[in-house]
Structures are given as C-alpha cells and as structure tokens.
Write a protein that binds this ligand. Structure first.
Ligand code: ZN
Length: 255
C-alpha cells in the first residue's frame, strides 16, 4: 500500500478544523492529509465531479474541511482508505457545514442548507461505496466515505439494500431525505408532494421515496436517457440527478 500526502483534492484545498472566523472551527486551517494512493485518486475525482456540476453562482469551491483520512489502528482509516468530510465552503454563496444540518438555520435557509448537504452526499455516493451520514449518531458532524462495499464493472458503487443492513440504513436515510428536502418540490411545475417518514429502513417509505424520486428525476431530464431501476447504472444516475438538482435548488428555493 503506497501512501501519499496531499493538501488538496483536484486543486481544491484541504483544511482541518480550527480557527476563529464567523463559522468558527469549521472554517479551519490549511492542512495536509495522508491517503492510500488509489483512494486519493478516487477522492480527487469525486471533488472534480463536484466542481463540474457546481452552478456558476457558487464560483467554485474555496476549500474542504476534513477531520482526517489516515487514523486509528483498524478499519479503512488505518489504511488511509477513508475520508471524513466536515464542511465544504464555496467561493460565493455560502457553504455546507455537516454539523449544521439541524443547526442554526430555520425556514428557507435550513431547506437550502439541507439541499446542499444532500447534493454533496449524492456526489460522494457516486465514488464511495460506503457512506456514514447523519443517520448515525456518531456522524452528526461529518460524512465518512470509504470503499468497503461492492462496485460494478464500470467502477460505480452498487446499491446494496437490503443486503448490507448497516450501509443500507444510511442509504435509506439519504433517499428519504432527498425526497423530503428536494424531489418532492420539483420539477417546479408539479405540486409539492407529501413527505415520507424518515425511518432509515428499506421499507415502504424508502421504496416510495426512491420510486417517486426517480420518476421526477426522469421528468427533469438531468441525466442522459432514463433512470430504470435494476438496470446496472441506475444508482449512479439517480445520485447524479440528485446532486445536480440539489445543488441547483440549494441556490434558489422552490416556494
Ligand atoms: Zn471516518
């Protein structure tokens, strides 16, 4: 395993928490992190993709605040094959601070911040086959991404509910929140649909959120072709559509 140190991902600076600006510790300070080499490349491609779908009003990414990569004695972090992401700061139009998902915002500002959070998680899900998100009490202030779950022949993560209950629950939370905060409002010419229960289980609520979300993603035509469940590429396509509409609607609330 070759380890490599980097202070950026695809040119986007990496910072570590600590500092005293208006957003306190999450703004952070420039920092180098140690990655396993192939995992570093995967992280860089994920950030590159995020930069390519970011609408121009954000004016690019100022920096990403990470809680770490190589850490501990067991698990993927011990190999430098996991990353903890606490915040993403855009050059214009604000940021996503994972800790603030339920934090200081209310009303439209909370909706906008949550949409950005979910859009970013959708991008991570196209590259990391396992994600810890806010479903898990230990991950209220950061995403954990690694590669322990299977990938398809094209190198894309496979949607693996209900085969992997731990990873599946986080995926279901993501799907249910993507519906509740993003898809049920759009495309904008449709009426706002009811929210589903945020259970974090592969149950009727998650299946409804997913099928209705896919229907609206197809209507919005955010990816080439049509998203058809059980075709090999449906999960990365759904994540890309969620990332695109999430980051766009994180600029302009649909009310
Ligand atoms: Zn982690």
């Amino acid at each position: 395993m070759a380890l490599k140190s980097s202070n950026n991902l695809s040119g986007v600076p990496l910072w570590y928490p600590g500092g005293s600006s208006y957003v306190g510790q999450w703004w952070g300070k420039p920092h180098s992190f140690t990655f396993e080499e192939t995992f570093l490349f995967r992280c860089a491609v994920a950030v590159y993709e995020l930069t390519t779908i970011l609408p121009s009003p954000y004016n690019g990414i100022h920096h990403i605040t990470s809680l770490g990569t190589l850490a501990g004695v067991t698990g993927e972090h011990a190999k430098g094959k996991a990353i903890d992401i606490a915040a993403v700061f855009f050059k214009d139009n604000g940021f996503v601070i994972v800790d603030w998902y339920d934090g200081p915002f209310t009303g439209a500002a909370r909706l906008v911040h949550r949409r950005r959070y979910l859009a970013l998680e959708a991008v991570w899900r196209r590259f990391f086959s396992y994600i810890d998100n806010r479903y898990d009490p230990k991950h209220q202030n950061h995403w954990h991404g690694d590669t322990v779950n299977p990938y398809d022949a094209n190198g894309a993560p496979i949607f693996n509910c209900p085969a992997n209950p731990k990873g599946c629950r986080r995926s279901c939370w993501f799907i249910q929140e993507a519906w509740n905060q993003i898809w049920r409002y759009i495309p904008g010419n449709l009426s706002v649909a009811p929210a589903v229960k945020r259970t974090g289980e592969w149950d009727a609520s998650a299946k409804k959120a997913l099928s209705q979300g896919i229907a609206r993603a197809n209507k919005a035509a955010l990816v080439p072709g049509t998203i058809v469940m059980n075709r090999g590429d449906w999960w990365p396509k759904f994540c890309l559509a969620t990332a695109k509409i999430g980051i766009q609607s994180g600029l302009t609330p649909y009310f």
